[in-house]
Design a protein around this ligand. Structure first.
Ligand code: FAD
Length: 412
């Protein structure tokens, strides 16, 4: 096997950004990115593909072009971790030995956890913006649907971008309103969660859209099975009395979001906490047990919103802390849990949720300019034009506009 100063597992949003940030700060150290996929995807763009705003191709780039200069790309998957030997095993039969390990594998979409769903995705009116190949089908269905039930679902937490299941719905409702056919389509939102959104400050604005689009909101209602041929979805519901019941709903269109969990390779490793995600300190993002291991992005066992926006803040923090650890110095920077979720409530308007640990609001812009608790056109412009630039040319390149690692305030 090979030996690197820093080995990064996963070359997604978090892995690439952290590698770029580290190499900007300390060129010359050896960095490996272990990533099996030949393509990288800008997943936040899939909502706009499903809404007919972006082309599918705008959300995909070759991995090769994104690996920062100075890093080695190992095109393989990690298959096992031996933290006591500072060793990661790979799918190509070799292994990597590291000084510092950074885990950034993302979260796993568990399509098979919903009976019958995998088989019917992309057919029978069943779609999901959570897959690159299916997001265009969402828009196709929205454009061609004339009447019937349109059903949108959200699984139990944790999921990445918890607002995305309802974003798909609002953009669809808006398209039907513009076509003047809203009266022919009955829309329902079934979410396994007890509320519409986890941070209460954003709920009133979202409820206004639930009412405007006359959406039947079903809380604590979890999609458990799909019969594609019959176009019937089955839900497990928790009633007010706490009792569980099942219900069947016929649909003409179903936008499904799958349950999500830590991939098995992490879940079954010594790195995992009880929930299967990598057990890290919420502030320094260093492993609670292994001083030479860090995690960020969707695989980190932290309570922030699992978003690319969170990664943008986490990457420079992990970069400076990992370099400190490599040199045997104490931790230098803290993450405050920032994450953001731009809720596309209609074409041209967004409720921009920005919050940290504990649901504390953390607006980037002053409220007089952009109040995230209200739908604004400015937030839409940020989403359509600014955020993709910030992602491709800022974050992934290690150009950290407006992101200074926050000095350590915790005792960790
Ligand atoms: P990813 O970017 O998913 O990358 C993980 C990488 O690890 C992948 O390349 C994968 O191939 C690789 N990998 C997996 N297993 C292994 C292994 N065993 N070994 C090596 N490599 C492995 N975020 C926002 O900020 N705003 C939004 O509006 C937004 N909207 C979204 C809408 C949708 C529909 C979706 C799906 C996501 C959205 N997100 C949004 C969330 C955002 O995309 C993720 O939070 C972000 O990509 C997390 O980065 P990551 O690097 O942790 O994971």
């Amino acid at each position: 096997g090979l030996t690197y100063d820093i080995a990064i597992i996963g070359g997604g949003a978090a892995g690439i950004s952290t590698a770029a940030s580290i190499l900007k700060r300390k060129p010359g150290i050896t960095v490996a990115i272990v990533e099996p996929s030949g393509s990288h995807f800008y997943q936040p763009g899939w909502t706009l593909v499903g809404g007919g705003v972006f082309k599918q191709s705008q959300t995909r780039r070759p991995e090769k072009k994104l690996i920062p200069p100075g890093a080695d790309w190992i095109q393989a998957a990690a298959t096992g971790f031996e933290p006591d030997s500072h060793l990661v095993h790979l799918s190509n039969g070799s292994s990597v030995r590291y000084g510092i390990l950074i885990v950034a594998t993302g979260i796993m979409l568990d399509w098979d956890a919903v009976e019958g769903l995998s088989e019917t995705l992309g057919r029978n009116g069943v779609t999901s913006n959570y897959r690159y190949d299916l997001a265009p089908y969402t828009w196709q269905l929205v454009q061609t649907l004339g009447r019937g039930n349109a059903v949108f679902t959200q699984p139990p937490m944790p999921i990445k971008c918890a607002g995305a299941p309802q974003k798909a719905m609002y953009l669809a409702c808006d398209a039907w309103r513009r076509r003047g056919i809203s009266d022919n389509i009955a829309v329902s939102f079934h979410t396994a969660t007890p509320g519409l959104f986890g941070v209460k400050d954003y709920v009133p604005a979202l409820m206004e859209y639930i009412e405007r689009y006359r959406i039947d909101l079903q809380l604590k209602s979890n999609l458990v099975a799909v019969d594609g041929a019959r176009q019937v979805a089955t839900f497990s519901n928790v009633g007010a009395d706490g009792a569980t019941s099942r219900s069947e709903v016929e649909f003409a269109m179903l936008h499904a979001v799958p349950p999500q969990r830590a991939p098995d390779v992490i879940r079954n490793s010594p790195l995992a906490g009880k929930d299967g995600f990598v057990a890290v300190d919420p502030a320094t993002l260093r492993h609670v047990k292994y001083d030479d291991i860090f995690a960020l992005g969707d695989i980190a066992g932290t309570s922030n919103a699992k978003t690319a926006a969170a990664v943008r803040k986490q990457a420079p923090i992990v970069a400076v802390n990992a370099l400190a650890a490599l040199e045997g110095r104490p931790m230098v920077a803290d993450y405050d849990g920032y994450g953001a979720c731009p809720l596309t409530v209609e074409r041209g308007k967004i409720v921009l949720a920005e919050f940290g640990y504990g649901g504390k609001l953390e607006p980037t812009l002053p409220t007089w300019l952009l109040d995230g608790r209200r739908p604004t056109h400015l937030a839409w412009l940020l989403k359509e034009y600014v955020m993709p630039l910030l992602y491709w040319d800022g974050m992934l390149k290690g150009r950290e506009l407006m992101v200074e690692p926050r000095p350590l305030t915790s005792k960790s």
